[in-house]
Design a protein around this ligand. Structure first.
Ligand code: HPA
Length: 277
């Protein structure tokens, strides 16, 4: 039963990091540099945490890093597992449920995504306003989970207050932060041009293979959630070139410094707010 496994992972982590984190962060493809900006870092390899599934994708780091930004305590995953790796969904969301069980009251999720809307070119950033879960799956399927409602409300899945802080962080850095709807698909093949046209019609602004299941799991546990997509490429059929994972990694690398600056400022603002509550 995964709940007992989460408890066991919490106990193991508390033994080496007793402080309760305020804010959780999940870093997507090529975006793990943020973890290096934490002070008093404690880096825990994911494969040393009991039951925690470890990602297998190249370009994904595999650590859980505890540390601080100012006074705030953070727990930060560099790397995540995806449903396309073949894990059952309670394994896919194990990491974010672990953040909730450790005490995080808010989680910032980051990902790499393909831009669908015309203004979302490679290297741009999109604050996620809402999501389309098009994986055909949910981590909540199965017996009711008494740590939250059977039918969680998803009206404001991405927290309005945290989004405002994201906009404030971008403004302070003079960063052109776009905003839009993220569509999460199972993958691992990229979309066809016809699928991208369908996604645009459905209201998606960007597309990726992560995040949406984590958001559902976190909202069910009452954790506040926000997310930002780094647009690493135009979605399939919207540029002349075919898609390639190395392009995703290269763009993430190119924007690394700005991304780290933005996320650091956003996490700082979010932490200050959480500390006040
Ligand atoms: N599609 C799906 N996932 C992605 C993409 C994309 O174009 N870019 C980065 N992750």
């Amino acid at each position: 039963m995964s709940e007992a496994q989460i408890e066991e992972a919490v106990r193991a982590l508390r033994a080496s990091v007793p402080e309760v984190p305020h804010l959780g962060v999940v870093l997507g493809s090529g975006l793990s540099a943020f973890a290096d900006s934490l002070t008093e870092p404690r880096v825990i390899p994911m494969d040393s945490v009991p039951h925690l599934p470890v990602p297998s994708v190249p370009g994904h780091a595999k650590n859980l890093c505890f540390g601080r930004i100012g006074k705030a305590r953070l727990a930060c995953f560099s790397g995540r597992v995806h449903a396309y790796e073949g894990h059952p969904l309670d394994r896919v969301v194990f990491g974010v449920r672990l953040l909730a069980a450790l005490g995080c009251r808010a989680v910032l999720l980051t990902n790499a995504a393909g831009g669908i809307r015309d203004d979302l070119g490679p290297g741009s950033f999109m604050l996620i306003s809402d999501q389309l879960n098009l994986t055909g799956q949910s981590p909540l399927v199965g017996p009711a989970d008494d740590r939250g409602p059977r039918f969680p409300d998803m009206t404001e899945a991405y927290d309005a207050g945290l989004r405002t802080l994201g906009r404030d962080a971008a403004e302070a850095l003079n960063l052109d932060l776009r905003e839009g709807v993220y569509a999460g698909l199972l993958g691992p093949s990229y979309e066809t041009p016809a699928e991208v046209r369908m996604l645009r019609t459905l209201g998606a602004d960007a597309v990726g293979m992560s995040t949406v299941l984590e958001v559902i799991a976190l909202r069910q546990r009452g954790v506040r959630v926000a997310g930002v997509s780094t647009i690493t490429n135009r979605a399939a059929g919207l540029s002349a070139s075919p898609l390639d994972h190395s392009e995703v990694q290269a763009t993430a690398e190119r924007v690394r410094r700005v991304f780290v600056e933005f996320l650091t400022r956003w996490a700082t603002l979010a932490s200050l707010e959480l500390a006040r509550e």
